[in-house]
Ligand binder design. Structure first.
Ligand SMILES: C[S@@+](CC[C@H](N)C(=O)[O-])C[C@H]1O[C@@H](n2cnc3c(N)ncnc32)[C@H](O)[C@@H]1O
Length: 256
């Protein structure tokens, strides 16, 4: 069960020499991950004034997001990660916060246009995610969105009559599920607009991308559309294959 303390220890001692690029090999590299996994899911919401990235690590996605925001706030549990990001991204338009692993204190109410997290909060348990849902509701401007990658492994952590428990090969939060995320959104008044449940080293939908929105005053909460996407990885591979096809087209260069 990955606690906040275990996350802090693990990421403080982690060998960051590949700076987060080690987790994009399965996509075909970081450029492919950005282009075919992340950008299609966030392009309706950026560019914008202020992006808050939660748990950026060494900033592999910060680098991609930076051109899409006038300013960014980076919040991470691990001081080493925030120090590294400060060294890379500098002070201009940037705010850096080391947090307690569950709150966004230091971020003003209703000041954020887009909250983003990818590859990180999959290691968080339900108590942490519930707190971040509440905090996202507080810091987002009315009408603003967020995309949060978290786990749904809790659905598969225990054996059921019809299937065995799945091994926790990717150090997922064991009690976190997509259903808990959307219930927490309702409890805190945040709209969970859409949930895309995707496989992660499995056939089963072990992870989830939740798209949230802070409603404008008076707007009612609507039911979440939750959808399994078993083709998540295939879609990325098709994009990469298309790139390769055109990269290899011989281009005749006329001789003078
Ligand atoms: C697997 S790394 C991913 C970093 C980055 N998103 C990437 O893809 O390279 C996990 C990051 O999440 C941070 N983290 C883990 N649990 C956290 C929590 N509860 N709150 C804030 N940051 C957390 C760690 O400090 C680390 O920087």
């Amino acid at each position: 069960m990955p606690t906040i303390g275990e996350n802090l220890r693990f990421w403080s001692d982690y060998d960051w020499k590949l700076e987060g690029n080690e987790w994009t090999v399965g996509y075909g590299g970081t450029a492919a991950a950005w282009r075919y996994a992340i950008l299609p899911r966030i392009q309706r919401f950026v560019p914008c004034e202020h992006i808050l990235e939660l748990a950026p690590g060494h900033g592999v996605w910060t680098r991609c997001l930076r051109p899409f925001a006038a300013r960014m706030t980076l919040v991470d549990l691990t001081p080493r990660c925030i120090d590294h990001c400060r060294g890379v991204f500098g002070e201009q338009g940037m705010t850096y916060l080391v947090n307690d692993g569950r709150t966004l204190s230091g971020v003003e109410d209703q000041s954020v246009d887009f909250v983003f997290s990818w590859h990180s909060l999959v290691h968080a348990e339900h108590d942490v995610m519930r707190s971040y849902v509440q905090e996202a509701m507080r810091v987002l401007r009315p009408g603003a969105f967020g995309l949060i990658h978290h786990t749904n492994y809790g659905e598969f952590a225990v054996e059921r009559e019809d299937r065995p428990a799945l091994p926790n090969d990717h150090w997922r939060g064991v009690d976190m599920t997509a259903a808990k995320f959307r219930n927490d959104c309702v409890a805190h008044g945040l709209q969970c607009v859409y949930q895309e449940l995707v496989p992660w080293g499995s056939v089963e939908p072990v992870d989830c991308f939740s798209l949230v929105r802070r409603p404008r005053p008076g707007e009612p909460l609507r039911p979440t559309v939750a959808d399994e996407n078993p083709f998540f990885w295939q879609h990325i591979r098709l994009g990469v294959a298309l790139d390769c096809r055109y990269r290899e087209v011989p281009i005749p260069i006329p001789e003078n």
